[in-house]
Design a protein around this ligand. Structure first.
Ligand code: PGA
Ligand code: ZN
Length: 431
């Protein structure tokens, strides 16, 4: 057999924020190699699997020697000799070996890098691209519709704006490459307009412009102007998407906003009313985490009030966990799941989350984290598992562009070419 694990090793590499992270490399008995790197978030949901860090003072406490030790002393010996094609069995072994509900013993960073490296090794060993391996005998999805950040805010830009991500979606683009072309122009014009207005402070964590706006709505207005300056029709060709990341704004139904006129403290109804006003005023097709993770009833009320024309995305509330997605869907809290593999730990569990979303009639968006690397596994996940959207931050910096560029390469390989999901291309959107 040429598909058994001969060697599995972890190594410390570095992410886009200059922090240590875990890479796992697997070599099979047939000399195929699979490699993957764990990403890391900044505005993490409290229900996420644990990203194991050493603490202490070295590298701000973010070192990963404990995670690497677990890989070397427990994971590698357990997996040696296992067939890399048995993803489910290997993932089940990893979950059992860890033995905690939140992966806090071995770390979700160790687990996700291992699990993704297994998939890469299996694809390499069987001589197929990763997207094909992930799809198995099933159908392969088209390329996902990109959701791309233009301004960063919240935890990604020192709290400069209350809202974390101001993004665009090229809802009217005929194909993946055109979606990127249009976004490149919006991104460029947004930077130019901000510089002219004296509002440009640099680049935020995920590559979006770091804005010096005084009010959240200035970002929305600037975004509209950038879309128009790029020659695109707002709403029809280029729509706006937001990630509020409301869990960073407050707890227990009390939210604090710094970039709104009085009152700056809002309850759940007040916050929802603010977003509903924005939905009226701007061509917003998607809004993520509009309420905090501990406010599911208000999340559900907002989803109802926004109506079926708006994609309401649950991230911190469901953390790529099938059981949580089922619960949120039953309560009507959201209509779309954000899918981040490191929130749960193994690819098989991610797959379950995707399945739970599908069974609930929810759409799915595969997402990167704020701490990223050159790893492009998630692009293959979106295609192989037929997830219709992809969110990886902005249109700048290598760790972001690596994903968009991988999509362009896949456009040449896929049976569907560069096609985007068929109409209605944007399942919940008005675009
Ligand atoms: P994070 O943010 O990766 O910093 O958690 C991304 C998001 O909230 O979607
Ligand atoms: Zn989010």
């Amino acid at each position: 057999m040429k598909t058994a694990i001969a060697e599995l090793r972890g190594r410390r590499v570095w992410d886009s924020r200059g922090r240590p992270t875990v890479e796992v490399e697997i070599r099979t008995t047939g000399d195929a190699v699979g490699r993957a790197i764990a990403p890391a978030g900044a505005s993490t949901g409290s229900g996420e699997a644990v990203d194991l860090r050493d603490g202490g003072s070295t590298f701000g406490g973010y070192d990963v020697r404990r995670a690497l030790y677990g890989i070397a002393t427990e994971i590698a010996p357990l997996l040696r000799g296992r067939d890399v094609r048995d993803q489910r069995a290997i993932d089940a072994l990893l979950v059992t070996l860890d033995g905690t509900p939140d992966k806090s013993r071995l770390g979700a960073n160790a687990l996700v890098a291992t699990s993704m490296a297994v998939a890469h090794a299996a694809a390499a060993a069987t001589g197929v691209p990763l997207w094909r391996h992930l799809a198995g005998d099933g159908p392969v999805g088209p390329l996902p519709l990109p959701e791309i950040q233009i301004f960063g805010g919240g935890a990604h830009a020192g709290g400069r704006l209350d809202v974390q991500d101001f993004m665009v979606i090229a809802v009217g683009a005929p194909d993946f490459a055109t979606a990127l072309d249009w976004t490149a122009e919006v991104h460029r014009h947004a930077g130019r307009l901000m510089a002219e207005a004296g509002r440009l402070c640099g680049v935020a964590d995920e590559g979006g412009w770091w804005p010096a706006f005084d009010r959240n709505e200035e970002a929305l207005e600037m975004l509209l102007r950038a879309i128009e300056a790029a020659g695109r029709l707002p709403g029809e060709e280029m729509a706006i998407a937001l990630d509020i990341a409301a869990s960073t704004l407050g707890r227990c139904g009390r939210y604090h906003l710094r970039r709104e006129a009085e009152p700056r403290e809002l309850d759940s109804d007040g916050l929802a009313a603010l977003w509903l006003r924005w939905l009226e005023r701007y061509p917003i097709v998607s809004i993520e985490d509009p309420l905090a993770e501990d406010d599911p009833a208000a999340f559900a009320a907002f989803t109802r009030a926004a109506g079926p024309g708006v994609q309401v995305v649950a991230d911190d509330l469901v953390v790529t966990d099938a059981a949580r997605i089922r619960r949120a869907a039953a309560a009507g809290a959201g209509n779309t799941a954000l899918i981040k593999p490191n929130q749960i730990g193994t690819l098989s569990e991610v797959r379950e989350a995707v399945r739970a979303a599908g069974e609930a009639g929810w759409a799915g968006i595969v997402s990167a984290r704020s701490g990223e690397t050159e790893d492009v596994t998630i692009v293959h996940l979106a295609v192989g598992w037929g997830l219709p959207q992809l969110k990886v931050g902005s249109f700048a910096r290598g760790e972001r562009m690596a994903k968009w560029n991988e999509g362009l390469r896949l456009a040449e390989e896929l049976p569907s070419g560069g096609a985007l999901p068929p109409a209605p291309r944007f399942p919940w959107g008005r675009g």
